[in-house]
Design a protein around this ligand. Structure first.
Ligand code: SAH
Length: 366
């Protein structure tokens, strides 16, 4: 899953796509015969509130080869999980995961998609000759009715930036509790969140310190806001200063919705003398039901995905010596007003030779 809503991500191609559509003057499309197909009945306002209706966001996800190929390999190399099974595809988008399952011999696939993309998925299913195996249902998982009481397999690509942004995990858990047969499987079934620390003077200057002096004016009130918004971007492997620690692992087949809100302690050990400007979070997912365990990581040492990494800038620069540790805890919770947003509370301290600091910072993914 991806999103255009995370507007702090300056380098996001889909964000640009969204802006173009917001700016588009609908009257441009009025009148001309050959424009009928271009405009159809979706307006820029629809895209603003429902970015998944536009193909651009699906193009970005499909072209994320790490992501899409992993799902394809899981399905094609483990047909025993899918063959003759009733499958529910939660948030089907273009229907790609449903098509993989149909090709792998599923008895039937219910592809549920709430955006306008559902209509396109129907067309795709039909033109690929799978209309008898795949039923596309347009609507929210929480509101639709399935024609069958139970399913054997739930498949979904629900992961957001920082794993939990957009909170689609709740939708998967809802579907699991309502329709998954006893002994049924959820793909993927494991997701883990990790934390590490980086040197990032250059980019912190550009994104945070920038506001101190903008063409000679003090805009540091924006700096205070900027630092509370985690930045989605790729981190170079050689920026990493400490080891990496797992904050939390979640078993999607068993967890309760509340388990996605938690406090986890961490202890990061410096692997060299350096300056630390930010902590970096990333996740991996795995499919443990496969013959051989399969999955992918969105970490800075792995091939880049559209999720990139999530960078949380620190107010202080930590001067750290090899072997010293940053200890702390991270609390992650759904925002109360907007459950798609994630509130993050970070406590950290360093009691080092050159630097003694203890601080709490609040962030919000929005
Ligand atoms: N499965 C597709 C799309 C993944 S993106 C692929 O792998 O390429 C997640 C999709 O879930 C989006 O298209 C979004 O519109 C849909 N979605 C999100 N919440 C939903 C809900 N509650 N009910 C149905 N669909 C949902």
């Amino acid at each position: 899953m991806t999103s255009t809503e995370n507007n702090n991500n300056g380098s996001d191609e889909t964000q640009k796509t969204k802006l173009i559509f917001e700016d588009a003057d609908e009257s441009m499309y009025d009148g001309g015969d050959n424009n009928a197909d271009v405009a159809d009945d979706i307006t820029s306002a629809d895209y603003y509130f429902d970015s998944y209706s536009h193909f651009g966001i699906h193009e970005e996800m499909l072209k994320d080869v790490v992501r899409t190929k992993c799902y394809q390999d899981v399905i094609y190399k483990n047909k025993f999980l899918i063959k003759d099974k009733i499958v529910l595809d939660v948030g089907a988008g273009t229907g790609i995961l449903s098509l993989f399952c149909a090709k792998a011999g599923a008895a039937h696939v219910y592809a549920v998609e709430c955006s306008q993309m559902a209509d396109t998925a129907k067309e795709i299913v039909k033109s690929n000759g799978f209309s008898d195996v795949i039923t596309v249902l347009k609507g929210k998982i929480e509101e639709i009715e399935l024609p069958v009481p139970k399913v054997d397999v739930i498949i979904s690509e629900w992961m957001g930036y920082f794993l939990l942004y957009e909170n689609m995990l709740d939708t998967v858990l809802y579907a699991r509790d309502k329709w998954l047969v006893d002994g049924g499987i959820v793909l993927p079934d494991k997701a883990s969140l990790y934390l590490t620390a980086i040197e990032d003077a250059h980019y912190k200057d550009d994104k945070v310190e920038f506001w101190d002096d903008v063409y000679g004016f003090d805009m540091s009130c924006i700096k205070r806001k900027a630092i509370t918004e985690p930045l989605v971007d790729t981190v170079d492997g050689n920026q990493i200063v400490t080891d990496s620690k797992m904050l939390k692992t979640m078993d999607i087949s068993k967890m309760a919705s509340g388990d996605a809100s938690f406090t986890a302690p961490f202890k990061l050990v410096a692997q060299r003398n350096d300056h630390i400007h930010a902590l970096v979070a990333y996740f991996d997912v795995s499919f443990t039901m496969c013959h051989k365990k399969m999955g992918f990581s969105t970490g800075p040492k792995s091939r880049a995905t559209h999720w990139k990494q999530t960078v949380l800038y620190l107010e202080d620069v930590l001067t750290i010596c090899e072997g010293e540790t940053i200890t702390g805890s991270m609390t992650i919770a759904q925002n109360k007003k907007n459950p798609r947003d994630v509130d993050i509370k970070l406590n950290y301290s360093l009691n080092g030779q050159h630097c003694k600091i203890s601080r709490t910072q609040l962030y919000r993914m929005r």
